[in-house]
Every structure is written in structure tokens, then in C-alpha cells.
Design a protein around this ligand. Structure first.
Ligand code: 13P
Ligand code: SF4
Length: 351
């Protein structure tokens, strides 16, 4: 693989850099009361809630019940841009809030917490990335949406896992050589599928990197008829045994289209809420990770996504000053530059 020639440092996060986040346990009555309160507060603030599939299931339901939206990172971006509301509450991780703000600089974008990071974003510091780009001026710079606004502003294309494959395929057909960042697993997958000439950054998702193919094989032997659904941020050996590989939305779609009654799913367990809601007659089993009782790293749940709790959302919405403190702000000049590759993605045919 091309990346081997680069001697890039390993930009994966160490365990110490990943927070151990344990969501609070709430009784059903407490959750119901918080949900009722949030419905009122959203209306009071004229705000629309846009949530990712990995956040708390109740927060996902609230988004749908109140005229907001739950989806993958691509469709969240599109929905936030196209919705008439001037106030967006993005329940997800920081890059998702930033993407909404870049695409709609005139809107106000808030998040339940600004501490919700992403290991891929953290593992791609803009200065180091800029030096990498400068060292390879002959390459088209394609970055994953899981990056900061500064990194997006250095790129030619932003892609999500929904459209990365199609876009790189089109660029490769035009003879373009690619510089890809930050997820090495997704980059390798796209490179393998398209045959494109790609130089890869060395970041990884702390959740998906933990899926283990040997343990997955063991689970498959217990459920011989099960289908295997995998997010492409997972290691190559796990991707290689999948029946379907794709973004969160593509996984949801595949679970409906494939004939299997049982699925083993290698992605954040937040997605199981939508999978079970949409296909109550099918069974979904979590793909195995590094081990039991270990750290957040091996629980198949993104610690940053987990921060989007019901009580955190209610706490922030209750008080205008607290809401303001959780506003996503983007330098307008950097934002305008980052909008170019983002819009290129959104305007790509059939994206
Ligand atoms: P999707 O674009 O598939 O929703 O993925 C976002 C993400 O952060 C996956 O870990
Ligand atoms: Fe980032 Fe991984 Fe969390 Fe997705 S699951 S937001 S890629 S750390």
C-alpha cells in the first residue's frame, strides 16, 4: 500500500487520550419527563434537532418526533443546510456541528456539549496535515468529513463513508492521484475497491478499530445463517468477511434488503436502536471487540457520541446562556474555504 512509503507517524489515539464516559442511568419516568421538557424547550427556542444514529435512542426519537432528523453524517449535513430553521441543535460530535455551520454560516448551530470530539478529527492536526499536503502538491486532497474545519479548508474534496467510494472512483477515472486523510482503514478499503493511487494518513476510529476478525469468525460459527454488516472504518480483515460494507445509513438499508433474519453488526451500538426499530422481526447481534470489561475503547460505543445524553440536552436548552456557551463558531474565512469541498460532495451526482 502506498502509505507504507511515507513514514508518517501513527496518528491513532492512545487509550489515555480517549475519555472513559459512562452515561448516567435514568429510570423510565425520569427519561419521559426529560423528553417532554425537551419537546417544549425546542419549540420555545425555535430549534430543530438533528441527531446521528449513534446517540442515545431517546434523543434520536425526539429528533424525529419534533420535525428534526436522524441519519448518517452526509444526510445530517444536507438536512441542516436545507431546513428552514435558523437554529440547529446537532446531537453528534463536533465535526458534525461544524459541518452544519460551514454550510449555513447564517444559522446558529448549538451542541449539547462541545466536548464531543472524534478520534479521527483529533488524529489529524491541521499543521501536520498541511505539511503533508505541501509535500505532495501533485495529489488531489480528499478528506473524510470526520475532520476539523481547518483540515477541510485544506482539501479539494470532503467525503463521508456514503459517497467516498463513488467520488474517489470518479477522480481515479480522471487520472487523479489522491492524498487521503485521516482514516487509514476507510482509505485502504476505498483504495482496494477502486484501485486508485492513494497516499494514506494514519488515523483510526477508536471504536471501529477494536472489531476483531477472529472473534467475529467465532460468533459467525455460532450463528451460521447470519449476515455480517460492517462500517468501513473497521480493519480490513473484518471488512473482508462482510456481506455488506457501508455508512450507517447504508447498513440500515442493507439490513432491510438482505434476506438474513439475523445480522452481526460491526459498528457503534447506537445504530442498533434504529435497526431494531425498523426491523423488529430481525435479530441484531453486536460484533465482538477487544474484550469484555475493558475500557470504553472496547465497548463498541463512541464515548463522545455517548455524551449527548437526554439530561445534558435538557440542561443546555433550559438556559439561554448555557445554550450560547455551546454554540459552534467557525472563522468565516476558513469556513468559506471549507464550504467549497463540502458543496462539491453534496452536489456530486447521486450523492
Ligand atoms: P456515517 O457517515 O456512516 O454516519 O459515519 C460517521 C461516523 O462517525 C462513523 O463512526
Ligand atoms: Fe469518530 Fe469513531 Fe466516534 Fe465516529 S465512532 S465519531 S469515527 S470516534
Amino acid at each position: 500500500m502506498q502509505s507504507a512509503q511515507l513514514n508518517l507517524p501513527d496518528y491513532s489515539l492512545s487509550p489515555q487520550q480517549v475519555p472513559q464516559y459512562m452515561p448516567a442511568f435514568l429510570e423510565k419516568e425520569e427519561r419521559d419527563a426529560l423528553k417532554d421538557e425537551i419537546v417544549e424547550l425546542l419549540a420555545e427556542r425555535n430549534a430543530v434537532l438533528v441527531a446521528h444514529y449513534y446517540v442515545d435512542g431517546d434523543v434520536q426519537d425526539l429528533a424525529e418526533q419534533t420535525g428534526g432528523f436522524v441519519s448518517d453524517s452526509l444526510e445530517m449535513a444536507r438536512f441542516g443546510r436545507d431546513h428552514a430553521s435558523n437554529t440547529l441543535i446537532v446531537a453528534g460530535v463536533r465535526f458534525m456541528g461544524e459541518t452544519a455551520k460551514i454550510l449555513s454560516p447564517e444559522k446558529r448551530v448549538f451542541m449539547p456539549t462541545l466536548e464531543a470530539e472524534c478520534s479521527l478529527d483529533l488524529g489529524c492536526p491541521p499543521d501536520a496535515f498541511e505539511a503533508f499536503c505541501r509535500a505532495h502538491p501533485d495529489r488531489t486532497v480528499v478528506v473524510y468529513a470526520n475532520t476539523s474545519v481547518q483540515v477541510k479548508a485544506l482539501s479539494d474534496w470532503v467525503v463521508t463513508s456514503s459517497v467516498g467510494l463513488k467520488i474517489v472512483e470518479a477522480l481515479a477515472e480522471r487520472g487523479e492521484k489522491i492524498l487521503w486523510a485521516p482514516d487509514k482503514h476507510l482509505g485502504r478499503y476505498i483504495q482496494h475497491k477502486t484501485g486508485a493511487d492513494m497516499l494514506l494518513w494514519s488515523g483510526a476510529c477508536v471504536v471501529h478499530e477494536e472489531f476483531k476478525w477472529k472473534a467475529l469468525r467465532d460468533v459467525m460459527s455460532i450463528y451460521p445463517g447470519a449476515g455480517v454488516l460492517v462500517h468501513p472504518e473497521s480493519p480490513a480483515a473484518v471488512i473482508d468477511i462482510a456481506d455488506a460494507v457501508g455508512s450507517t445509513s447504508q447498513i440500515v438499508k442493507a439490513a432491510g434488503e438482505l434476506p438474513h433474519e439475523i445480522f452481526i453488526v460491526a459498528t457503534d451500538r447506537g445504530l442498533f436502536h434504529k435497526l431494531r426499530q425498523r426491523y423488529p422481526h430481525k435479530r441484531f447481534i453486536e460484533a465482538p471487540t477487544a474484550g469484555t470489561g475493558a475500557t470504553c475503547r472496547s465497548c463498541a460505543h463512541c464515548p463522545w457520541m455517548a455524551m449527548n445524553e437526554l439530561q445534558v440536552l435538557a440542561h443546555v436548552l433550559r438556559d439561554p446562556a448555557r445554550l450560547e456557551a455551546n454554540e459552534i463558531l467557525v472563522d468565516p474565512q476558513v469556513g468559506r474555504r471549507a464550504m467549497i469541498p463540502l458543496e462539491r460532495m453534496l452536489n456530486f451526482p447521486n450523492s
